[in-house]
Ligand binder design. Structure first.
Ligand code: FA5
Length: 343
């Protein structure tokens, strides 16, 4: 084999392996200059070609040109393969773009509060409650006045309020504000429930947040008694915790919008003999409740001589903490993905 022909073949092999070794646009640029640069492999071949005899030039001129074309085509092809790279922002990324590759977007999950809302909605609707909503930006009338809490009433201090610059407007402090709106919209008998966010201007700690979820229930019918209230809340809690053995305990309490008012405790769903969740008492405080005060029925346009009602309101966020063993209420809103991914 002629020496030039042999050199051509060797260079061909070197060029192929050099191109294969280039894994990034930078490396390809270096390889390109090694091949096509002034002192590069092709330049060396050209110098050698110049020294050939006329007959040899005729013989090898055409394959040599073909070889140079082929190199340019290979380099162009390689550039196209490597650029754009895998799609990341790294300019020196060596991973070629594979348009057929399946890229799964990171899959999110439902926030524990959303899980709990869905479950609670199912329980409430299965018990015949109609789900209603009310505004979070509320008026003093619906949040306080109509609930038998006039401006001078000391009970206003029980729920520290975020007042808004507009007179008589506030962020609702409880979902009880939905009660009057529901009575104004629907004639009794009615059975409604409202799940929603409430706001309180108070210092936060492990069990108190400035915003949390509450669930309100309101039932108005011809004859309602505390027995109806207790049976309803007990069944609701049993269904929510999927445990038919849960019992409730009732203690007298005071809320201006109910008379009598009570607080309802639930036997601890997590133990039989006391645990850290129930602080070894076997009971967990769940909600405020009572028979709707006649003044509230009147404010809702309902005749208290004809109708009676019961209402209950519980802190859903506290239930979520119980259910998932969350020891600090503030975890729920600190947007830490590691925390949220557990649910
Ligand atoms: C009320 O808000 C009444 N509206 C409940 C009610 C409805 C009584 C209908 C009678 C009839 P209270 O302020 O106690 O009541 O709040 C109810 C529940 O919300 C509490 O039992 C507790 O679980 C939860 N809660 C109260 N404050 C906070 C807070 N800062 N952070 C988290 N949860 C809270």
């Amino acid at each position: 084999m002629h020496a030039f022909e042999e050199k051509l073949k060797k260079t061909q092999i070197t060029v192929i392996s050099l191109l294969e070794s280039a894994k990034s646009p930078q490396e390809l640029a270096e390889v390109e200059s090694q091949i096509l640069g002034k002192q590069g492999l092709v330049a060396q071949l050209i110098n050698e070609f110049k020294t050939l005899s006329g007959t040899d030039k005729k013989q090898f001129g055409s394959p040599f040109n073909q070889f140079r074309e082929e190199i340019r085509a290979r380099i162009a092809e390689k550039k196209q393969q490597g650029s754009p790279s895998c799609g990341c922002d790294n300019a020196s990324c060596s991973i070629p773009l594979d348009v057929t590759a399946y890229r799964a977007a990171p899959i999110g999950s439902l926030h524990p509060e959303t899980h709990a809302i869905y479950e609670l909605e199912d329980v409430l609707t299965s018990m015949g409650f109609a789900l209603v909503e009310g505004p979070e930006l509320e008026t003093e009338f619906y949040n306080f006045d109509a609930l038998n809490i006039p401006p001078t009433h000391p009970a206003r201090d029980m729920q520290d309020t975020f007042w808004l610059p507009q007179p008589h407007h506030l962020l609702r402090t409880h979902t009880s504000s939905v009660q009057i709106r529901a009575m104004q919209k629907q004639r009794p008998p009615l059975s409604i429930a409202a799940i929603g966010r409430v706001y309180r201007c108070e210092a936060t700690d492990a069990s108190h947040d400035y915003t949390f979820l509450q669930c309100e229930g309101l039932v108005i019918d011809k004859k309602n008694s505390l027995a109806n209230l207790f049976a309803t809340t007990k069944l609701l809690l049993q269904k929510l915790f999927k445990n038919d053995n849960l019992q409730i305990r009732v203690r007298p309490s005071y809320f201006p919008f109910v008379e009598p008012g009570v607080e309802i405790d639930l036997t601890c769903p997590f133990c039989t003999s006391g645990c850290p969740t129930c602080k070894k008492s076997r009971w967990i405080e769940i909600c405020g409740a009572g028979l709707v005060h006649p003044n509230v029925l009147k404010a809702g346009g309902i005749n208290p001589q004809e109708w009676s009602g019961f209402a209950f309101g519980f802190g859903l966020t506290r239930l979520i903490m119980l259910k998932y063993g969350i020891d600090d209420i503030r975890h729920l809103h600190n947007a830490k993905i590691e925390f949220l991914q557990q649910f």
